[in-house]
Design a protein around this ligand. Structure first.
Ligand SMILES: Cc1cc2nc3c(=O)[nH]c(=O)nc-3n(C[C@H](O)[C@H](O)[C@H](O)COP(=O)(O)O)c2cc1C
Length: 377
């Protein structure tokens, strides 16, 4: 193990560490390697079940370098495997005390930084269009034997613009691969994406979307956070990163994409079409199905040379989605949509790491409601 560069030093005072920008995706993997945190898997691993099983068993950052059927491909997971990892991903000391860390994160969120448009970036190194696009060429894992299929989107960004207001939305909405150019987008009915899609459908238009995989972790943190009042998640990511997110403007649909991303898939969500997503082993640790998922059709595939696919195996106690949601709940930034009281409940349950309880609370609520509705007046 090499000596830690000073900015990774665990004894560095928070004020000093806070001045360092957060690492990019590959830089983060390098930091984990240098710290001795990364498990490198060089023996063959199958993308179906095997990769997911190994990810869950490792319980720490893992890089698969030998995936059956995908010579030369790599998959990274478990990046945010512990609260300390979240600090590292933000350029802070691994052992920074919780209160100081949350204060620093809140300060960064309060100072958003707009993205900077640049002319070119690594994501443009390879471009495939139309019939040349085949999402099955990516080493997309089937994470769990209870999942209906391979999940293209588990730790990624969905970038869209509101067709009526032009406002950007960046979220994380799970995506099941359905074929060479099609995937589901499973989104709650009240998410910003669902609202934008409703606008597109009113106009009878498809909604352009970019799916971005393999980005600096703070981008994902911003996308997963539920900010009140339509804030631009790329600006918030800039705040978390302490520097602007560099973006390139996509030619076909005008969406801006993080220039340093490993993989970006551009396409459209088709109007008036709903498909089944799942069952999928979700954050609550149980298989869930969405019978009204949206349908995404890919048109262009952009990727860095030798890209690293990023995914997550979610729902196990302590898994990285739980770490992320607990961190966001610590700042009251979890919003799985619904009433104000539901939001308070979500943040409380996630902060105290009762992830499966949310579904029980919902079920009990539904049962109580049904009983109430059935009561004769
Ligand atoms: C790993 C992960 C997976 C998620 N998957 C979904 C999903 O499939 N559907 C969904 O509606 N929200 C999902 N979320 C939650 C949304 O990303 C979150 O509610 C976000 O605030 C949505 O953005 P919006 O409020 O702009 O719609 C997920 C969050 C994480 C961290």
């Amino acid at each position: 193990m090499t000596a830690l560069p000073d900015w990774q030093s665990e004894s560095m005072p928070p004020s000093q560490a806070a001045r360092r920008p957060a690492p990019g995706f590959r830089e983060f993997i390098q930091i984990l390697t240098d710290r001795g945190n990364l498990v490198r898997v060089t023996e063959p691993v199958h993308w179906q079940y095997d990769l997911g099983r190994r990810t869950r068993a490792a319980g720490r950052p893992i890089l698969f370098e030998n995936i059956e059927d995908y010579p030369g491909s790599r998959v990274f997971a478990n990046g945010l495997w512990s609260p300390g990892a979240i600090r590292l991903a933000l350029g802070l000391g691994f052992d920074m005390p919780r209160e100081a860390f949350l204060a620093e994160a809140r300060k960064r969120i309060a100072h958003p930084i707009p993205p900077r448009v640049i002319e070119s970036g690594p994501v443009l190194e390879n471009i495939l269009e139309g019939d040349a696009v085949n999402l099955l060429d990516l080493p997309v894992p089937q994470w769990h034997d209870r999942d209906a299929g391979r999940y293209l989107g588990t730790w990624h960004l969905n970038i869209t613009r509101d067709p009526e207001t032009g406002a950007r939305n960046v979220g994380v909405y799970r995506m099941q691969l359905l074929g060479p150019r099609q995937a589901t987008v499973s989104t709650s009915q009240r998410s910003h994406l669902a609202l934008q899609m409703a606008g597109a459908e009113r106009a009878g238009q498809p909604l352009p979307m970019a799916v971005v995989i393999g980005v600096s972790e703070p981008l994902l943190m911003a996308a997963a956070a539920g900010f009140p009042g339509g804030m631009d998640e790329l600006e918030l990511a800039g705040g978390l990163l302490q520097q602007p997110v560099e973006v390139i403007r996509s030619q076909p649909n005008g969406l801006e994409l993080p220039a340093q991303a490993e993989i970006a898939i551009e396409g459209v969500i088709l109007p008036g079409v709903r498909v089944q997503d799942g069952p999928y082993f979700d954050y609550a640790g149980t298989p869930s199905t969405n019978s009204r998922a949206l349908l995404f059709e890919a048109q262009r595939l952009l990727f860095r040379s030798n890209p690293i696919f990023r995914g997550a195996s979610v729902g196990m106690p302590g898994a990285e989605d739980h770490q992320l949601l607990a961190f966001l709940a610590g700042m009251n930034l979890v919003n799985f949509h619904g009433s104000a009281s539901r939001r308070v409940m979500q943040n409380l349950l996630f902060r105290t790491r009762h992830f499966s309880a949310l579904q029980w609370v919902d079920r009990i609520n539904r049962k109580t409601l049904m009983r109430f509705l059935r009561k004769p007046a």
